[in-house]
Write a protein that binds this ligand. Sequence first.
Ligand code: FAD
Ligand code: NAI
Length: 494
Amino acid sequence: MTEIYDIAVIGAGPGGYHAAVRASQYGAKVALIEKRNLGGTCLNWGCIPTKALFASAELIQTIREHGEEFGISCELNINFAKAVERKNKVVKELVEGIAGLEKAWKNDVYNGHGKIIGGNANDGFDITINGEETQNIKAKRIIIATGSSPALIPAFNIDHDRILTSDDILHPDFKNVPERLLIIGAGVIGCEFANIFTTFGSKVTMLEYLSTPIATEEPMVIKELQKKLVEMGINIKVSQNVLSVENTGSGVKATTCSADVPRDQVDSAEKSYFEADYCLVSIGRARESKDLGLEELSIETNRGAITIDQKTCETAVKGIYAIGDVSLSGAPMLAHIASYMGDVSVVNALVSIGGFPVKERTTDYKVVPATIFTSPNIGSVGLRRKQAKDLGVDIAMGRFAYMSLGKAKCAGHEEGFIMILVDKKDHKIVGASCIGAEAPELIAEIALAMNHGLTVHDISETIHSHPTISEMVLEGAEDVFGFAIHKKGRPVHH
Ligand code: FAD
Ligand code: NAI
């Protein structure tokens, strides 16, 4: 007998496992299909393992940079293998936690590759699951949450031996610190790994095509990060067109030319060569949309990303939704975006079935907080200054440095600053960027304020506990009109 579910979710990353739980909370009968591990990229090969390793790196850095002055003298014995074992344990426990959650909500979890083989929103869709055995299920609605995987570029010869993806370097058995590590792509993944491996003792070189690392961040923030990465000993080579990477047997060798050289003149251009023991390729992600039955259903993809109605998350086929990294959402590829889209798609799917206690929802990506886990951390939300200018928003800016904050000084976190952008017209907050201690947590307060259309005065008039790092937000907000108490020399505007 074929099971009939209200909703079948294909893929159990932060988009899919979250959507499955949410659907059950509203009373739906749910199937969750996963071909690898529950938790998806985020828990197994992304957010969680990197942040577990980052926590070890941060502890090492704190002791190195501040131990003596804080009165701790000790010889550091750094054991990367131990840090990896801890990371593996964190991942295992969280993945088990997801299994426990799905069980608690009585969701049926199927192990195998899910593929839609037919049907429609009136009669239900048919899905086949290829795992140890082949199973067929039927569902009234489908949410595709199959995520992404590291982009593989043929010229980079990724062999998973010395030329690695982020999945390889996070493998539970990757326990040696490369003496020399070459990282291609100084985006979010590249910078996070550079920070981790430098701290554990690798000599890191980054090759980046653009003229700056993490180009999406505010230039002042990038400058501050770059300064720190260089201080840590990382060699950042920008404007590099990486032409090839080879495994030489005992190491790796990358060939580059200047990114300014036109494509048709690359062959005759002057080349540079970079050698190392291992190479990490982190130049973006490929969407996992193959072999899902999309072509047969005429669901369009654009370079692998599933085309959806960006407001409702529904594909061109009524009753089939796509969320998270695999979808062409218009938002960044982030775990919290996948989960948010999970919420939106679930309620819209249940409204279309009828009889569930939900109302239609649409997405809104004006307020998307994002974090980069380097030392110091970076957090941002809303517009950057250039974006505001391009949109014709006349902004006022508040800026406050950690070194002027009591709690930051006590904790030895004096690097970095927060900047808050406000629309001069109505004093509403339109964006913020922060580099420094607890930057991601500080940005959460601003995201809440922005989401509810608060003005910068609403923040200034909110009592912030003292001494806390959260006072960075208060002082940054007050500084917009020159009212920060602990900042000198700025004229007050009324
Ligand atoms: P995924 O997490 O990719 O999950 C998709 C799941 O679907 C996978 O488990 C896959 O096995 C499964 N699947 C695929 N096809 C099928 C099929 N046909 N049948 C059954 N199952 C299938 N984001 C953040 O917000 N914060 C971070 O700190 C962060 N750090 C990151 C660090 C790294 C190194 C990487 C690579 C990513 C990081 N990300 C981070 C991004 C984040 O991991 C992704 O945005 C997020 O995992 C996307 O969630 P998803 O549910 O769309 O897809
Ligand atoms: P990315 O898009 O952030 O960075 C890729 C970098 O590689 C860019 O700077 C790009 O210019 C560069 N690049 C591309 N091709 C190149 C080439 N041929 N030679 C040299 N440089 C080249 O992608 P990344 O770092 O792979 O991360 C993928 C996604 O994962 C991110 O977009 C992000 O959404 C997510 N992520 C989020 C994290 C977080 O929230 N903390 C952490 C890690 C990943």
